[in-house]
Design a protein around this ligand. Structure first.
Ligand SMILES: [Fe+2]
Ligand SMILES: [Fe+2]
Length: 399
């Protein structure tokens, strides 16, 4: 999906204030749902460099719900801060420095190690765009622009860096990531524009993924998507990888593993229709927001059911990964006896992945801590016997 397709709201000047990711710092309390989770903050820091206080505040208000930010009114202070804490992405305005924003861009590019730091320039007029790009900006927005455009621009820069880093990976891992990302993009287009999921293209994209898993190199994939800013893709890739791994240990091979991986990749595609501000909210969801979040399951199913030939296992993974053994899950509140082994496996992998996923505003929880929570606090939700197998799978592969 485009990163901020649901943010297509009013122009910047009318933006409301949003809560700071910093407010999510605190002790982890067990959520009633993984989507309500709230853990400590971490992630690439986005620098906003602009001497115009009102304009800077608007940019900050737009980005703050999704990213960790550092503000600079003074470009010289920003440049002096580079060695101690380099930025993940810089958003610099025309008013960024005494000599103007373009001069700041040139000065930043001259600093050691700053040749490739992603930089989004905010220009006052279209004629300034070329100068900014020539000076070294990677992208340029022209005022006035929609807040979704700014979020998308920052997100694209983060993703480009992550995807560039895949170049250094072994060929099969690189293929697994590139092909799944590409098919995910096509799925998001189908979701928006109509038409069924082309299941063959999903299984084809998952072939290198299964190969990586069967080489016991799944960690490469799990780590490589950590910083990716398309959360639905990153989470789905991790679920696909872990489901293929889990299935592999249970003795499944080839075609069956491909179905599991494909189910994992597709299990949350309905999240692409959830508003960005809910999907990426750092804090706990309100009851109303949680109701919207839960709608991703029927949204996923109605999309997948456009293809009548989809394997039943894929629909089970997509439709039942939020069900809990005690019947408190959603969307159907199925109890244990209604949940087959695949649904139970999907629930375990989904919870584990969500707990250990990286988000821009929180640290990824260590696997040991996630497994402890799943064992101690989710006894009535998750199949503990299968969870022991899953733990053994992970331990086996860590050895
Ligand atoms: Fe889900
Ligand atoms: Fe999920």
């Amino acid at each position: 999906m485009t990163h901020a397709e649901n943010l297509a709201g009013p122009p910047l000047a009318t933006l409301p204030e949003s809560s700071s990711p910093g407010e999510s710092l605190g002790v982890l309390t067990l959520p009633s749902s993984v989507e309500e989770m709230d853990t400590s903050a971490a992630g690439p820091v986005i620098w906003v460099v602009d001497a115009d206080a009102a304009q800077r505040a608007e940019v900050v208000a737009t980005l703050r719900p999704f990213y960790l930010l550092r503000e600079f009114a003074d470009a010289a202070v920003a440049l002096a801060s580079l060695p101690s804490a380099p930025p993940g992405v810089v958003v610099a305005a025309e008013q960024a420095g005494v000599q103007g924003g373009v001069d700041f861009v040139r000065a930043l590019r001259r600093q050691p190690g700053q040749e490739h730091t992603p930089l989004v320039f905010v220009a006052d007029a279209p004629e300034n765009r070329a100068r900014a790009l020539l000076a070294g900006a990677d992208d340029c927005l022209i005022k006035p622009y929609r807040r979704s455009t700014l979020v998308d621009a920052v997100s694209s820069q983060i993703n480009a860096q992550v995807e560039d880093s895949w170049e250094a990976l072994p060929a099969h891992a690189r293929a697994a990531l590139r092909e799944t990302l590409s098919v995910f993009g096509r799925i998001s287009e189908r979701l928006l524009n109509g038409g069924p999921v082309a299941y063959d293209s999903v299984t084809t994209a998952c072939e290198p993924l299964v190969e990586v898993v069967n080489r016991h190199e799944h960690r490469i994939l799990l780590d490589a998507v950590r910083g990716h800013d398309n959360y639905t893709y990153a989470h789905s890739l991790r679920v696909a990888t872990l489901l293929a791994l889990f299935g592999g240990l249970a003795g499944l091979r080839d075609e069956e593993q491909l179905v599991l991986a494909s189910g994992g990749l597709l299990h949350d595609v309905g999240k692409m229709s959830i508003p960005h501000a809910i999907l990426n909210k750092p804090g706990r969801l309100t009851e109303e927001e949680f109701a919207v979040m839960k709608s991703h399951v029927p949204a996923t199913l109605s999309f997948l059911e456009r293809n009548p030939d989809l394997p039943a296992s894929v629909l089970v993974i997509a439709g039942q990964h939020h069900e809990k053994l005690d019947g408190t899950g959603y969307p159907n509140g199925f109890k244990g006896s209604n949940l087959n082994e695949l649904a139970r496996m999907a629930a375990i992998v989904d919870v584990f992945s969500a707990l250990t996923d990286y988000r821009a505003y929180k640290l990824a929880m260590p696997a040991e801590q996630a497994l402890r929570i799943m064992t101690d606090d989710m006894q009535t939700h998750l199949d503990q016997q299968l969870l022991r197998v899953f733990k053994a799978t992970l331990l086996d592969c860590a050895a």
